[in-house]
Design a protein around this ligand. Structure first.
Ligand code: DGL
Length: 273
């Protein structure tokens, strides 16, 4: 085999690109397939059983047709639910998930008031509750389930539309002030949210640390590549990156340009496969 490792990066939409860009920054010369389940977006409001079935079905199809060496579930809403099922079903494939970065937020908060900004699905998960119990017992944790923010991020990416008032109303519940103490760290527990980070900084009522776990996930991918695919890493190949959209829709010009920025230049050719 003369190919470098193939990595599948999966999300419900474009949010996984925030993870994808960190991975490709560390490992630019691998083969990448980005899959957006835009036909199923948004995942935040899905019933748990149905979402497990959907993600397993899509990943199963991609494993059969694409044979990835590694799969990154670049979606908190899916990872907090499906990761254990995927690992059990395909024990030979490394699966890397994206789960709320509650541990680093709790460690670095000085006020011990942190917020977790996520989809309604992620805030309800037992997985999230366990992370809070395990790592943030000394903090006051405010869970904020946002129904619209992932959609606002998609709108910004597809149409370049930013609506300050809508963003403010989604992020405001994260900002809590009690006596002389206030929230100082906000976990971005949905991969879509770093796409709006510039707006969050601009619209926040006071400065906070916005915790984006994407760089740490990329380091984990890099570590596991060395563990599982070391021989393949010596293979050289031209940078091959493609994108699949489960809706089969062709990207419009703005999206096409944006995907080009991520090196996903073949996206328009492969969207309908
Ligand atoms: N990007 C996804 C996440 O990290 C979910 C967005 C959605 O489909 O609601 O949770």
């Amino acid at each position: 085999m003369n190919c470098p490792p193939k990595i599948l990066v999966f999300d419900s939409g474009l949010g996984g690109l925030t993870v994808f860009s960190e991975i490709t920054r560390l490992r630019p010369n691998l083969t990448y397939l980005y899959c957006a389940d835009d036909a199923g977006f948004p995942y935040g409001s899905w019933n748990e059983e149905a979402l497990i079935d959907r993600v397993i079905t899509i990943i199963s199809g991609l494993i059969a047709t694409e044979s990835p060496d590694m799969v990154v579930i670049a979606c908190n809403t899916a990872s907090t639910l499906v990761l254990s099922h995927l690992r059990r079903r395909w024990p030979m494939i490394p699966f890397i998930g994206t789960v709320p970065a509650i541990k680093p937020a709790a460690e670095q908060s000085r006020s011990h008031m942190i917020s977790v900004l996520a989809t309604p699905g992620t805030v309800k998960r037992d997985y999230t509750q366990k992370l809070i119990t395990q790592f943030a017992g000394h903090c006051q944790v405010t869970l904020v389930g946002s129904g619209n923010l992932a959609g606002l991020a998609e709108r910004a990416m597809h149409h370049g539309e930013i609506n300050d008032a809508e963003i403010i109303s989604e992020i405001m519940p994260c900002f809590v002030e009690i006596n002389d103490k206030r929230t100082d760290s906000i976990v971005l527990a949905c991969t879509h949210y770093p796409l709006l980070l510039k707006e969050f900084h601009r619209l926040a009522p006071w400065p906070v640390d916005w915790i984006n776990p994407a760089p740490a996930i990329a380091r984990r991918v890099d570590y596991l590549l060395m563990q599982h695919c070391q021989e393949l890493l010596t293979q050289q190949s031209p940078n091959k990156r493609s994108a699949i959209f489960t809706s089969g829709k062709k990207p419009d010009l703005l999206l096409k340009n944006l995907l080009n920025d991520y090196g996903l230049s073949q996206a328009s050719d492969v969207t309908t496969r």
